[in-house]
Design a protein around this ligand. Sequence first.
Ligand code: C2E
Ligand code: CA
Ligand code: CA
Ligand code: CA
Length: 276
Amino acid sequence: GRNCFQFFSKQTSDRLEKEHAMCHALHSVLKNGNKDNQLCLQYQPLLNIKSGDTTECEALLRWKNHKGESIPADEFIPLAEKTNLIEKLNLFVIDEACKQQSIWQQSKNINMRININLSGNKIIFSKLLKRFIENVNHYNLNPNLFGIELTERTIHEVSKDTIKDLEQMREKGVKISIDDFGTGYSSLSYLKKLPITTLKIDKEFIVGLPDDKADHALVKAIITLGHSLNLDVVAEGVETYEQFAFLKKYSCDIAQGFYYHRPLPGNKISYLQLAA
Ligand code: C2E
Ligand code: CA
Ligand code: CA
Ligand code: CA
């Protein structure tokens, strides 16, 4: 139409159909308030390399659809980001993570910071921070029991007002991490502008350790960069002892990955700390 042509292959239309069905299904789950618990969070413990302690974890979203199929987060989250579903999804995650933290605090023997992934555009983002603060107040939680993870993509969407909100949160002890550091198309100037506490090295750079020369050089350089800016450095996707040993040798602060632990349901976290 309008003097334009578009070519659709069978493959493209199959993919679009699948995406459409996925959006529709996700939309109904959120509209029903997740009544049948299709969505839930799992928590992946992080290991402090120097002390050997586990004082924090990352909340990761899981979706089992009405047919009982698990849909990978890498598939449905980018899709939700393309539509307005991401706002509701993020709000769900914030509510759940705060509820879980409140349960852990009441149980008295779990003291684990929860790091929450937040994504979205300018408008969504300020709503998310509001909701987070409301929740922390509602459950009467110390904000230092939380961290937020932002990708370089989301950082582009952060307005001046939001930077102020982030600064206030950081003053109250909320950790602010740059997720998937080094994979976004981004200049490094945000490292000066935002109240960041932590760099998370993407697993893409960890996978080739310790042999791959480029990964070796990049990871060493990111650790040095982070430390010279007074930031903690987390390596994600650590799967082997050799990777772990490399990170320890170069003074990376925290390791996350299957080598230490897979993500667990919130009620399975307790034994970890009791065993520590
Ligand atoms: P991410 O934030 O980089 O999260 C780390 C991903 O690496 C998780 O995948 C985790 O399960 C996986 N992982 C952890 N250790 C290892 C390991 O040793 N080896 C390998 N190969 N993978 C490991 P997951 O849960 O599938 O999540 C994928 C992405 O989806 C996340 O990447 C994040 O970008 C997004 N995501 C997940 N949960 C949420 C959420 O609640 N909100 C938002 N906005 N995004 C989320
Ligand atoms: Ca993350
Ligand atoms: Ca990450
Ligand atoms: Ca990643």
